[in-house]
Design a protein around this ligand. Sequence first.
Ligand SMILES: *Cc1c(COP(=O)(O)O)cnc(C)c1O
Length: 459
Amino acid sequence: MDYSKYPAEPFRIKMVEPVKMVSKEERAAVAKESGYNTFLIPSKEVYIDLLTDSGTNAMSDRQWAGMMLGDEAYAGSRNFEHLESTVKELLGVKHVVPTHQGRGAENILSTIAIKPGQYVPGNMYFTTTRFHQEHNGGIFVDIVRDEAHDATIDVPFKGNIDINKLKKLIDEKGAESIAYVCLAVTVNLAGGQPVSMANIKEVSALCREHGIKVFFDATRFAENAYFIKEQEEGYADKTITEIVHEMFSYADGATMSGKKDGIVNIGGFLALNDEELFMAAKEMVVVYEGMPSYGGMAGRDMEALAIGLKESMQFEYIQHRVLQVRYLGERLLEAGVPIVEPVGGHAVFLDARRFCPHLEQKDFPAQALANELFIESGVRSMERGIVSAGRDIKTGENHTPKLETVRLTIPRRVYTYKHMDVVADAVIKLYNHKEDIKGLKFVYEPKQLRFFTARFEHI
Ligand SMILES: *Cc1c(COP(=O)(O)O)cnc(C)c1O
């Protein structure tokens, strides 16, 4: 492995949070008490926490300084003005509706832009996104390129929309029956796979021709921009900010979870260009979130988000971010551990189908693997497979996604390369006695977004 490819952390650490390692016996007891669901494990029992990169980021000194400038007025906070002008300037969008996090924006967009029975095509589903679409009577249609569903196909821009799938949907159902296209940059559940500028442009042109709006799930827009700069012809000399600006020029708006590329612990927003939709969104935000000038965030949260958005587009930051994730992936590949390839922007996904070939999907191999990894090493990860996919809203049958994965998600600016080594060593050790991993079954299955709170036991 060529270590020189990986830049050192582009920051100094000036505050630390000690972590402790409990014994393997204790962790086995904790896993059992937590119903073999890593979401239910208390944080204090975790050594390296790769459950998610959502809200787990380390803020910068500037963001913390910004927290002290919180203007906690109920209406018209200065921090909202700062957030609003930052989003408008950096993304080039017309209107900003603040929300408490990404799903708050998804809720509002789905409520105002979907009529019951309309289709909502997207490049692979995301859990909360699809929930809100379906909850508002929308029918999710997956139009991601086929390769995205295959962990073993290593192609660039694996998150791209298959333009023929979109054309076919428009031809068969008619443009009026499509609420909007939800274009995720990057595609979380495909492995953090980016979408190329060419694809964004093509989708946008086709949609504009048919009067269909395009909304980004912009959660990881800065990571996506890094991939474009690194891998797409013509973008090597462009700044991340220029690339982001161009990306958004092809969209009608976006839902954004600030907890990801906003580098904060809480927050989000809905960005819209359309005046009428903006008015409708403002009417909804007061019902679900709060005043249109805070939307569920404290003034200080909005200040930290405004600063974090700018920091996420600094080249040194985003390069280290994406390459640190790739480093973990490379270490695993070198040892022959099956992962989703290529490595995406925010996480390394273990391919549980190949990791645990002795388990069938109905026995929840990824869920079982995530738990064994925790027991083995204190590393917490997350299932992204059949459990997360839930049941079909009409038939009640389990969705059976091709990708059955365990996601090792790297929080921003929190862990070092040495932590990545500890994680890699733990996964490799487990891989060497993978036959011992036993399947699981539900003992409690919630109706909605079941993965968050379900409980399991060994078969
Ligand atoms: C996290 C996430 C969301 C939802 O955002 P929250 O802030 O967790 O509500 C939506 N889409 C994607 C791709 C995400 O990763």
